[in-house]
Ligand binder design. Structure first.
Ligand SMILES: Nc1nc2c(c(=O)[nH]1)N[C@H]1C(S)=C(S)[C@@H](COP(=O)(O)OP(=O)(O)OC[C@H]3O[C@@H](n4cnc5c(N)ncnc54)[C@H](O)[C@@H]3O)O[C@H]1N2
Ligand code: MOO
Length: 407
């Protein structure tokens, strides 16, 4: 056993990480699979939407000019010459004194430039012809949606880097897009070490406890845009940890537990042997034994302390930003933020960052007293976390702080 000599600051560790982590390349997926994915390039509309002028109301397509002077007292008569429906346009062109029955979304026939709403029209038979009596004048353009009213051909539909929303898929589909290029999602393997651990779904018994970290990590990876997560339980033997790390093919490896300097903490040394141990020991509480390094192909490996709060904290500090950046998402924490006044003193220490779990009570920030890194329920009782930077001694009552909200 050899203790930690120096712990580097979170800021330095992050700088070292950010220099080495890059966005993955692109892949093409069917539009139906693209929700939540990050566009790898901008998409330009190949066509205008709509690509024909369409009726915005049910009524009569006509020439606006023909209705000038029309009123309830002096309706204007036009000859009804046919019908236009969405998908079933009127075939011919309209003359000056003619009208076509039209419904919303149908192409406005050639020769017409306005739609008279059905509410202002009466229809009747007169000498074998159908006549429309217009009770209102409509200016040209009235209730006609022009070509490109929604989108003009050549306009940008989505920008590169956009996380596609459900409605983006709708807009893309309307411009005729079938597939989009998106940033690949990093595949992640979680190596869970600890001979005392039983898989989730077990009852704790004897000296064994149930693994709390892998489900939490898998959900965090999902939040951060990672692909499917594979979980592997690894015995606390150097050989087993080496074999698990050596054979992992994923782009990101998260190691839970075994990160410190105890006789069963093999992960740091194995990483040093197989690749590069870039950082081990960070000035942060909890998760000071955290570290990271790289395997062949610049694939990051994150050493997450076994204590569940430390595991969560180390993930948020180092693994989360990297997974997001690899998948084309922002490096910054995705949490919503709320500025609040401190209601009870937050204690920290100069020289290290503190990850302080807090509750918000009547708009005041109250630190949660049980600060142990093994007390995971402290994070479920908390509303969020305050990160106290290394150059602050904490915050006095009344100070304003930013809370990163748990969701
Ligand atoms: N000489 C030193 N010893 C330790 C230091 C140090 O700086 N010098 N740091 C301490 C701190 S802080 C932490 S945190 C732990 C981290 O150690 P490991 O990463 O090696 O974690 P383990 O020993 O494997 O486990 C610690 C603790 O957490 C429980 N655990 C582990 N995995 C899980 C899991 N998946 N789900 C639930 N609970 C888990 C485990 O049973 C232990 O109780 O090192 C200190 N030592
Ligand atoms: O970080 Mo240990 O990270 O305090 O329990």
């Amino acid at each position: 056993m050899r203790g930690f000599r120096a712990r580097i600051s979170v800021t330095e560790a992050l700088a070292a990480l950010e220099r080495r982590v890059g966005q993955l390349d692109a892949e093409e997926v069917a539009l139906a699979e693209a929700s939540g994915r990050v566009a790898a390039e901008e998409v330009i509309a190949a066509v205008s939407v709509p690509h024909f002028a369409r009726a915005a109301m049910d009524g009569y397509a006509l020439r606006g000019e023909a209705t000038f002077g029309a009123s309830g007292f002096a309706p204007v008569a036009l000859r009804v010459v046919g019908d236009a429906r969405p998908g079933r346009p009127f075939a011919g062109a309209l003359g000056a004194k003619e009208a076509v029955r039209i419904t919303t979304g149908a192409p406005v026939p050639e020769g017409a430039d306005a739609v008279l709403m059905a509410e202002y029209a009466d229809e009747g038979e007169q000498e074998g012809e159908t006549t429309l009596w217009a009770r209102e004048a409509v200016p040209p353009g009235k209730h006609v949606a022009p070509v490109g009213e929604d989108l003009l051909a050549g306009a940008r539909v989505v920008a590169a880097g956009r996380r596609l929303r459900p409605q983006d898929l709708g807009v893309l589909a309307s411009t005729g897009v079938a597939r989009v290029r998106v940033v690949r999602r990093p595949e992640v393997r979680v190596l869970v070490t600890g001979d005392e651990l039983l898989p989730p779904g077990s009852m704790p018994q004897g000296a064994c406890i149930v693994d709390a970290n892998s489900l939490m990590l898998a959900a965090l990876v999902r939040r951060d845009g990672g692909a499917e997560v594979v979980v592997e339980y690894v015995p606390d033997r150097r050989e087993a940890v080496r074999e698990a790390m050596r054979s992992a093919k994923e782009q990101v490896i998260l190691v839970s537990g075994g990160s410190s300097v105890g006789p069963e903490d093999h992960a740091p040394m194995v990483l040093d042997e197989l690749g590069e141990l870039a950082v081990h020991g960070v000035a942060v509480r909890p998760s000071s034994p955290a570290g990271f390094g790289f395997l062949e192909g610049a694939r990051p490996v994150f050493l997450l302390p076994g204590n569940p709060v430390s595991c969560l904290c180390a993930y948020e500090l180092f693994a989360g930003p990297s997974i997001r950046a690899m998948g084309g998402l922002p490096w910054a924490w995705p949490h919503r933020r709320r500025r609040c006044v401190v209601g009870r003193k937050i204690v920290s220490e100069i020289g290290r960052m503190d990850y302080v779990r807090v509750r918000i009570e009547a708009e005041r920030v109250i630190p949660i007293m049980t600060s142990g890194a093994s007390i995971l329920s402290s994070t479920t009782r908390a509303d969020g976390v305050v990160l106290v930077p290394a150059d602050e001694e904490g915050y006095a009552e009344g100070a304003e702080v930013e809370v990163l909200l748990y969701e």
